[in-house]
Design a protein around this ligand. Structure first.
Ligand code: NAP
Length: 265
């Protein structure tokens, strides 16, 4: 399965982060094609040796893996456009668009292809994405290959398609929730004495450290919190004040509201 050629159709924000992640990991530039209508925006990729074109058909023809990175409303017209050149004996289809189901991909492509949905997040840009993946009709070998591609831009988790919307909320929207939390911590840090740049540096590394404690130790957040909360101390006083103001409840309600919104759309 190695040495496959990949075409990223609709190489915008997310497509670019994936292209950068693959190149950073040593993926051969000449085996990568990126498309968008305004190809001038892909000059940097072209300079790195990536094939850049506005022609989706030639990109699909010259690839083994077709990654659809366009907005959800562009998926159907593009699949109809490339349907004739999608080869059931060659191509693997991967769709990153929010809310497009495997059944819709099969219907719109009109082909029986190994098809994946993948939900990365924008931390792919620094090879720290959390990417959730599901598929229809893929072999174990193809699953391993597609998972290995997304492993190049962070961590991956295989899930049931019924959880893909929940994955979008927790993983992709999750970046925004966490960043808003960081912004609030930085604002608090400024109020207690740091300039914005120093507060940002402290909060960013503290956030990274807290994540690594959970990732590397496999512990529950509350057991790590217990290690910081001295009886009658300042940490528990602050934490309880946050909870009185609805901290955990606000986060949970926000996640559920986002989920209800994605379900409705
Ligand atoms: N951002 C996230 O965190 C995230 C996470 C997971 C999944 N997603 C999904 O990823 C997808 C892309 O999101 P994004 O933020 O990267 O959007 P984006 O920046 O708008 O990228 C989409 C690109 O598609 C190109 N495009 C439009 N029509 C095209 C066509 N006919 N042929 C070729 N290219 C075409 C556009 O460029 P031109 O106008 O130059 O053609 C645009 O740059 C969305 O479906 C989103 O749901 C996003």
């Amino acid at each position: 399965m190695e040495n496959k050629r990949i075409a990223i159709i609709g190489c915008g924000n997310l497509g670019l982060t994936i292209a950068h992640g693959l190149l950073d990991d040593g993926f051969e530039a000449a085996a990568l094609t990126a498309t968008r209508r305004n190809v001038n925006q892909l000059r940097d990729l072209a300079a790195k040796g990536v094939n850049v074109t506005a022609d989706n058909l030639s990109a699909v023809n010259g690839s083994d893996v077709v990654v659809l990175a366009v907005k959800p409303y562009n998926v159907k017209p593009i699949l109809m456009e490339i349907s004739n050149v999608l080869d059931e004996s060659k191509h693997i289809l991967v769709c990153l668009a929010t809310g497009i189901t495997l059944a819709e991909l099969a219907e719109w492509s009109g082909k029986t292809l190994p098809t994946f949905r993948a939900m990365p997040n924008t931390a792919a840009d620094v090879n720290e994405s959390m990417t959730m993946i599901c598929d229809n009709g893929a072999s174990t070998e193809q699953r391993t290959y597609i998972t290995s591609l997304f492993d190049k831009i962070g961590s991956t988790l295989y899930i049931d398609e019924s959880l893909m919307e929940a994955a979008t909320i927790l993983g992709a929207c999750g970046i925004a929730y966490v960043l808003r939390f960081m912004r609030a911590m930085i604002q608090g840090g400024i109020e207690v004495g740091f300039d914005a740049k120093t507060a940002t540096a402290i909060v960013s590394q503290t956030m990274k450290g807290a994540s690594e404690l959970i990732i590397q130790n496999g512990s529950h957040p509350e057991s790590e919190i217990d290690k910081v909360t001295t009886p009658k101390g300042c940490t528990i006083t602050g934490l309880n004040e946050m909870e009185h103001a609805g901290f955990s409840s606000a986060l949970i309600k926000g996640i559920v509201a986002s989920y209800k919104k994605i379900e409705k759309n």
